[in-house]
Design a protein around this ligand. Structure first.
Ligand code: TYM
Length: 340
């Protein structure tokens, strides 16, 4: 059986539209940082997206847009493998095996299913319920050891670890699957809504003012930051006080995430002042950092042929690795295959 490589990264983003700075800070920026030191697979998880209703034409466009976003953010297609999930059948095949490994009780505890299904659980797709098994398959089909994600994926990662352990135990193949480590930067792994810091910034929030989209122009960014909720006080001096003002803390995290300046230094700079200077500087930083990425995404979206070529190349590379794992899995599980 193949050896575990201890430096493989896999992560993914759903092509469900309107990527925002939460996706960027919580996940994509980390992908870029990791690509030099790890063997990286960055997936556009289209099969995950269809667990809720999608417009087929928009889904195809959004898939290209995530590919464009990866590249515009600094993922180098010559260094990392960029592909869409449905083009590598082994993801869905391994997910089926995991459907038979995971216990119903484990899935019932997933908070994201409860959040997404809402009150109308009966009407949620069964795909939404077994979604974490597909996510585990995405990771383990490459025997990934490290998974950069935002905080909302932590529970799914814990489940992935449980699945890997149960599989290894059940099929007597110690170390076949690695036990992957989540890579989560606590400060920026949970960027909250600009309107209500009790909600995470999300693609599906009905209000555009809740998020800064990666396609927003400078005017939109400034307008949204100007309108973002803060507090009726000045910037407190102590982090303990700021933690009580969750909207302010969220903006501070965004500022620190984009500027690379430590939060404590930012607090020293703005303490005792009202929030207008802070907001205007934050807008400047966001505009400066986002503008090149936004315009590159837009430019790449004009060149569909190039994006399709990157995805085809990624799909070929990903299939080679994934096919080997699924062959070994079928053998371990006892599924007969006629070698040709
Ligand atoms: P998705 O598409 O919802 O989000 C993509 C990535 O962005 C992170 N993220 C955030 N980080 C900080 N603050 C936020 N407000 C915020 N919103 C989203 C997410 O944590 C994620 O890292 N199930 C995954 C996709 C997936 C996946 C995988 C990830 C499928 N298979 C395998 C890693 C490995 C999801 O729905 O992400």
């Amino acid at each position: 059986m193949s050896e575990i490589q201890n430096n493989t990264v896999l992560s993914g983003v759903q092509p469900s539209g309107d990527l925002h700075i939460g996706n960027y800070l919580g996940a994509i920026k980390n992908f870029v940082n990791m690509q030099k030191d790890y063997n990286c697979f960055f997936c556009i998880v289209d099969l995950h997206a269809i667990t809720v209703k999608q417009d087929p034409n928009k889904l195809k466009r959004n898939t290209l847009e995530v590919a464009a976003t990866y590249i515009a953010s600094g993922i180098d297609p010559n260094e990392s493998v960029i592909f869409n999930q449905s083009s590598v059948p082994a993801h869905a095949e391994l997910a089926w095996i995991f459907n038979c490994v995971t216990r119903m009780g484990w899935l019932s505890r997933m908070t994201q299913f409860k959040d997404k299904a809402g009150k109308d659980k009966e009407n949620a797709s069964s795909g939404l319920f077994i979604y974490p098994n597909l996510m585990a398959a995405d990771i383990l089909v490459y025997k990934a050891t490290h998974v950069p994600v935002g905080n909302d994926q932590k529970q799914h990662l814990e489940l992935t670890r449980d699945i890997a352990q149960k599989f290894n135990r059940e099929f007597n193949c110690e170390n076949f699957f690695p036990i992957p480590e989540p890579i989560i930067d606590e400060n920026i792994s949970r960027i909250m809504s600009l309107k209500d810091a009790n909600q995470k910034m999300s693609k599906s929030d009905l209000s555009e003012y809740s998020r800064i989209s990666l396609l927003d122009d400078s005017d939109a960014i400034r307008k949204k930051i100007k309108k973002a909720k803060t507090a009726d006080t000045v910037m407190p001096e102590k982090i303990e006080e700021i933690l009580k003002l969750s909207e302010v803390h969220n903006l501070l995290n965004i500022y620190s995430g984009f500027s690379g300046i430590d939060k404590q230094i930012l607090i020293e700079q703005y303490k005792g002042k009202n929030f207008s200077n802070f907001k205007s500087d934050l807008s400047d930083i966001l505009v400066e950092q986002m503008k090149p990425i936004t315009s590159e995404i837009k430019k790449l979206m004009q060149d569909k042929g190039y994006l399709l070529k990157i995805l085809l190349d990624g799909q070929n590379k990903a299939n080679k690795v994934a096919q080997k794992t699924i062959n070994d899995v079928y053998d371990l599980v006892g599924l007969l295959r006629n070698e040709t």
